[in-house]
Design a protein around this ligand. Structure first.
Ligand code: GAL
Length: 725
């Protein structure tokens, strides 16, 4: 640091939170004091700048680190040169700066739908309904990014954060951009190299966290574990779900469930849209007695058929709701669709509000919610000039309302020692452990897949829900994707499309829905790994080993163009993703008959046939309409159960077919617990080791470790299939 720098550092230490003098013309920008870092958990450092606000994303979510799991990831050094991180407070706002190397790529910065690479963008991370632009306004505007260099940064604030992710070029840059003459120099660029990620937080201080790698996947795992680990849904949550017309009566809902059964389509929970409530938009949260004269009997009847009930709602309270008089003084200054916005940071408001949910819904066996409209859309939501009785600003409320409703509704189920799994339209940093999946109304199949890829970087779950389709082909293609996602859901209530509506694809639709069910043991184990190890079940191929920004080519090549694999992986990949430890999914979109798939290093096999598909290369596949291309890693073990129409109940034993793929021996830990309660938190779970190895005479042999005494064990008989000829 030079002399001027020292003076500035001293000044800034004294001036925390107040205005610093502007630099004189011709004088370089002042250097800034280094942020003091404290390792709060293994591989996670906290830096505090100025006076961080008491209310932030971690306060709102209540996330508690899983320190034991973080410990298991091991000790590691601070992943950045501390002097390259700068922070200062000017004019009541916090300026943050992090370094950016030339070859570095950035991922995350919220739930984006059209891009995976986030370098070179200006974003305002602002809770909003996604409006077809990756500009930071989205359903989870999470201020967290992961670098391809193997570290991550989380800004723990409930404010709108402005991000310059490698766009701005400073005069005092350590890597000054070279000035070129546009008239004559062909290498001139309008986007000169920027060596920093800069962020602006509208508050006089903020808490920041740095997560270590060494690999980007380790960063993501640390981030999730720091937030308590990913959610572990009930088994039934990973089955199949359908939403019914908003004006359906109890009888019609029951008939619909029965039709699934008779036609042989799986169904684990059924979602009721607004008309179950006596009034909605704003909501009463009370049953409409004309359509549902006996709600308790209705829920019970469906439960007898192994079908659970999920209720749509938005949070805004109707003047006709019985809670209205009590919640009114505890609500914000503005209404949303003429409904009250309860200040859910106030314990009194929480008590009044959720009591209704507990009494009218949970007590009669409702299994979960779809919590709509918590993301915003400027003209609908409360404006930024709104005030709340807690004194929190409208901005803080907007950034965190999705977290609050998830946390508080999930707590209701937890109090009953019952797991839930539902839908929400807004989340944010700190929300990894909430049992909610984000959805939206945009309906681009391609963008939905990119959303799925991006959700894995930021500790959220996303469903590429199926609503409507112009053709049987599109219906099937969308259906295939949703069956390889965190929630296999049809939300075609307004159009009335049923899984079997397009007769020409009714069979393959049923087949893929049943495949979803067959794969439950795999999905469930992969969610357990999300919970215990922080590994997102659905994620970008960029997080895979052997798949990185600068792959070494297998052959010596003169240029990128001579190596299509190397070329392919250095580009942005927004249409293929990993589903759990072993599967690479490459969805097909309507109109496509073939597509390219980039296979990471190592040998990959076709999921359906077990045949070799390729190795660290770009392949072209022509799968036919009935199949979604899925590729399996060498040595993979995929546990399957019979194609049941409902997920197994607590303690129910199921037979397993374990498939082995490829030439390598395989080992996989299969997770088990009751699938419904929180008893796993008291140690009531087990992991059993599956192994496939060759015997001396060259034949494959599979084994499963014995069930532990006194531990949950739902494995019935086991058969092995060695898929690769
Ligand atoms: C929308 C929501 C839809 C549906 C609808 C009900 O806002 O995104 O999925 O639930 O409300 O009115």
């Amino acid at each position: 640091m030079n002399k001027t720098g020292k003076v500035w550092a001293g000044l800034l230490l004294l001036l925390t939170g107040s205005l610093t003098a502007p630099a004189q013309p011709g004088q370089a920008q002042p250097a800034t004091p280094a942020v003091q870092w404290v390792e709060t958990a293994p591989g996670v450092w906290k830096g505090s700048v100025g006076k961080p606000e008491a209310y932030d994303l971690l306060t709102a979510s209540g996330a508690q680190p899983n320190t034991a799991a973080l410990d298991r990831l091991g000790k590691t050094a601070f992943p950045l040169a501390p002097e390259t991180i700068a922070a200062r407070i000017v004019g009541g706002r916090t300026y943050l700066r992090f370094p950016l190397e030339r070859g570095e790529q950035l991922y995350g910065f919220g739930l984006n739908f059209q891009s995976v690479h986030q370098r070179g963008k200006v974003l305002q991370l602002h809770m909003d309904h996604y409006a077809n632009r990756d500009n930071g306004r989205t359903h989870a505007p999470t201020p967290f990014y992961v670098s391809s260099q193997g570290y991550g940064v989380f800004v723990n604030t409930a404010r709108y954060v402005t991000v310059y992710s490698g766009t701005a070029v400073r005069r005092d840059s350590r890597h000054p951009a070279e000035s070129k003459d546009r008239n004559t120099d062909k290498t001139w660029s309008a986007r000169p190299y920027s060596d920093a990620v800069e962020m602006l937080v509208p508050a006089e201080g903020v808490e920041i966290y740095v997560f270590a790698g060494p690999k980007p996947m380790d960063v993501v795992r640390r981030y999730n574990l720091f937030n308590g680990g990913g959610c572990l849904p009930p088994r039934w949550g990973l089955g199949f779900t359908q939403r019914v017309h908003r004006l359906y009566t109890a009888e019609q809902v029951k008939q619909e469930a029965a039709e699934f059964e008779t036609r042989g389509y799986p169904l684990d929970f059924i979602g009721l849209e607004p008309g179950w409530q006596s009034k909605s938009y704003p909501c009463t949260f009370e049953w409409d007695k004309t359509r549902f004269p006996d709600p308790a009997g209705f829920v019970k009847d469906l439960l007898k058929k192994d079908v659970r009930v999920n209720l749509w709602t938005n949070p805004y309270v109707s003047p006709d709701a019985s809670m209205f008089p009590k919640i009114a003084p505890l609500s914000g200054s503005h209404t949303v669709w003429t409904g009250l916005v309860p200040d859910l940071t106030l314990p009194e408001a929480q008590a009044v509000y959720w009591e209704q949910f507990e009494k009218d819904h949970l007590a009669i066996g409702v299994s979960g919610y779809k919590i709509d409209e918590v993301d915003g859309n400027d003209v609908w939501l409360w404006p930024d000039v709104a005030t709340f009785p807690s004194g929190l600003s409208a901005e803080q409320m907007r950034q965190t309302y999705g977290l609050l409703v998830q946390r508080q509704s999930a707590d209701l189920f937890r109090k009953r020692n019952t797991r839930t799994y539902g839908l929400v339209r807004a989340s944010n940093g700190g929300g990894s452990s909430f049992p909610y999946v984000i959805y939206n109304d945009n309906y681009s199949h391609q963008d939905f897949i990119t959303g799925l890829i991006n959700s894995g970087f930021i500790g959220t779950l996303w469903t590429p829900e199926v609503r409507t389709s112009k053709s049987g082909e599109e219906w099937l293609r969308r259906f295939q994707s949703v069956c390889f996602s965190p929630m296999a859901m049809i939300n075609a209530w307004s159009e009335g499309t049923k899984p079997w509506s397009f007769a020409e694809v009714a069979d393959p639709v049923r087949e893929v829905a049943r495949l979803r069910m067959r794969m439950l043991p795999y999905w469930y184990t992969e969610f357990a790994r999300y919970h215990y190890d922080g590994i997102p079940p659905f994620r970008a191929v960029n997080l895979e080993d052997g798949f990185n920004e600068k792959p070494e080519s297998r052959t010596v090549v003169a240029s990128l163009n001579d190596n299509p694999y190397q070329e392919a992986v250095s580009q942005e990949i927004r249409d293929q993703y990993m589903a759990g430890e072993y599967l690479l999914v490459a969805p097909m979109f309507a109109g496509q008959t073939s597509r390219k798939v980039i296979l990471p290093k190592g040998r990959w096999y076709d999921f359906y046939t077990g045949r070799f598909a390729g190795e660290g290369e770009v392949i072209t596949v022509t799968p036919g309409l009935e199949k979604i291309p899925v590729f399996v890693k060498d040595g993979a073990l995929i546990p399957l159960m019979p194609p049941m129409l409902h997920a197994p109940k607590a303690g129910q034993k199921v037979d397993l077919e374990i498939r082995h793929y490829g030439e390598k021996p395989g080992e996989y830990r299969l997770y088990d617990d009751d699938g419904e309660t929180f008893d796993y938190e008291k140690g009531r779970f087990s992991w059993r080791t599956l192994r496939a190895e060759r015997t001396r005479d060259g034949r494959w042999r599979g084994s499963i470790s014995p069930a532990e005494k006194g531990k949950p064990n739902t494995v019935g008989s086991v058969t092995w299939t060695f898929m690769t000829p």
